[in-house]
Design a protein around this ligand. Structure first.
Ligand SMILES: C[S@@+](CC[C@H](N)C(=O)[O-])C[C@H]1O[C@@H](n2cnc3c(N)ncnc32)[C@H](O)[C@@H]1O
Length: 355
């Protein structure tokens, strides 16, 4: 998975995009509504923190920068304080960010020292000069006051795959058979087997589970970087026991050009490989302060109020069918897609309040 997505010729290394012209649609790619609601959420988190300036928003797995561009367009109240860091490991995607946002050198946004913004008595000439945007390959080096945000990031992190054997656990590794990649079952290490027993004690013979250590490490790093603020993660989630009870092909999925792809080992680099996120494995970093559906989260942050006007306009002008009516219809459609209980609306938004 690591090589197929991020290695040479990997799916994301070669610039695979989300969105209508990409392989699959994510919430920021549905339209501008997701970013507009997020901009309002940023304002409320900024207010909760006492309106710090600078206010750092670090979006990890930022792709081509669609969410960042949408937040800039929405002009949140925190804009003058906003320092927005797009973290993206694919250089091909980082190159595209520069086409839609003016990116500053990282040094002009990131000051050294934990909470430099809170504890510093010196007047800072950069106060009130936002919004500013920059791009990095990894989380900033120093802790900061603000928010770490990740939409559909963790499901794309490589994991260890285990299968319940008659006695103990096997690890499903990847082997080569001629030109093909094949599954290779080897006995799991005692540490992995012990972890699997703890996470899914009732897994039946043949059941599979992911062990998502990278995701956990990433979340721990993100927590360590937030001196004061919040970590917010949006993704499709489950728990290890429920994954063990399901067919692995349901939760370890591949996508390609707006459809499902083939076996995870086929056509490496040409399809996305993604795994539902086992929240019980992440909770060891610390239980989230909030865990709600995307639909609930968006409504809590004002989605209905934003769409109310558009609904009325559409009702009044549907017969006219002018541009205003079509814009209103499109916004109503976006709201439906983002809150669809059988689709994006069922994603979970996990928040860790670290004030
Ligand atoms: C499914 S895409 C989501 C893109 C965007 N957030 C969206 O919602 O449209 C996942 C992105 O995360 C990036 N990524 C994966 N692991 C990463 C990491 N550890 N740090 C930064 N970016 C990462 C991938 O290169 C890819 O662009």
């Amino acid at each position: 998975m690591e090589l197929a997505l991020y290695g040479e010729g990997g799916f994301y290394s070669t610039g695979a995009m989300t969105g209508r012209r990409g392989h699959f649609i994510t919430s920021p790619e549905v339209g501008t509504l997701f970013a507009t609601v997020l901009a309002g959420a940023l304002d409320s988190w900024w207010a909760d923190l006492g309106r710090p300036d600078p206010f750092l928003v670090v979006e990890v797995g930022a792709g081509v920068g669609t969410l960042a561009a949408g937040i800039r367009r929405a002009q949140p109240r925190c804009s003058p304080a906003l320092r927005y860091v797009l973290v993206e490991r694919s250089s091909a995607l980082r190159d595209r960010q520069a086409r839609r946002l003016t990116l500053e050198p990282p040094s002009s946004l990131l000051r050294a020292g934990p909470g430099a913004d809170d504890d510093d008595d010196e007047p800072d000439p950069s106060v009130g000069t936002g919004p500013m945007f920059t791009s990095l390959t990894d989380l900033p080096g120093e802790p900061f006051t603000g928010v770490v945000l990740a939409n559909e990031l963790v499901d794309n992190m490589a994991f260890v795959l285990l299968q319940r054997a008659e006695c103990g656990w096997s690890e499903v590794r990847v082997g080569e058979e001629g030109a093909d990649l094949v599954e290779l079952l080897v006995p799991a290490s005692p540490r992995l087997a012990e972890e699997a027993d703890r996470l899914a004690p009732d897994a039946p013979h043949g059941a599979r589970i992911p062990i998502q250590r990278r995701a956990r490490t990433w979340l721990r790093d993100a927590h360590a970087k937030v001196h004061r603020g919040r970590v917010v993660m949006v993704d499709y989630t489950a728990t290890t026991p429920t994954l063990a009870a399901r067919r692995w092909e349901e939760w370890l999925r591949t996508y390609r050009v707006h459809g499902r792809g083939g076996h995870p080992l086929s056509a490496p680099g040409e399809q996305d490989v993604t795994c539902e996120v086992a929240v019980d494995q992440l909770a060891t970093v610390g239980p989230p302060s909030e865990d709600r559906s995307q639909a609930e989260f968006l409504r809590f942050h004002g989605l209905e109020e934003l769409v109310e006007g558009a609904r009325a306009t559409w009702r009044e002008r549907a017969g006219v069918g002018d541009l205003q009516a079509l814009r209103a219809r499109s916004l109503v459609g976006e709201a439906e897609a983002l809150t669809d209980p059988a689709g994006l609306g069922a994603f979970r938004v996990l928040e860790w309040d670290l004030r």
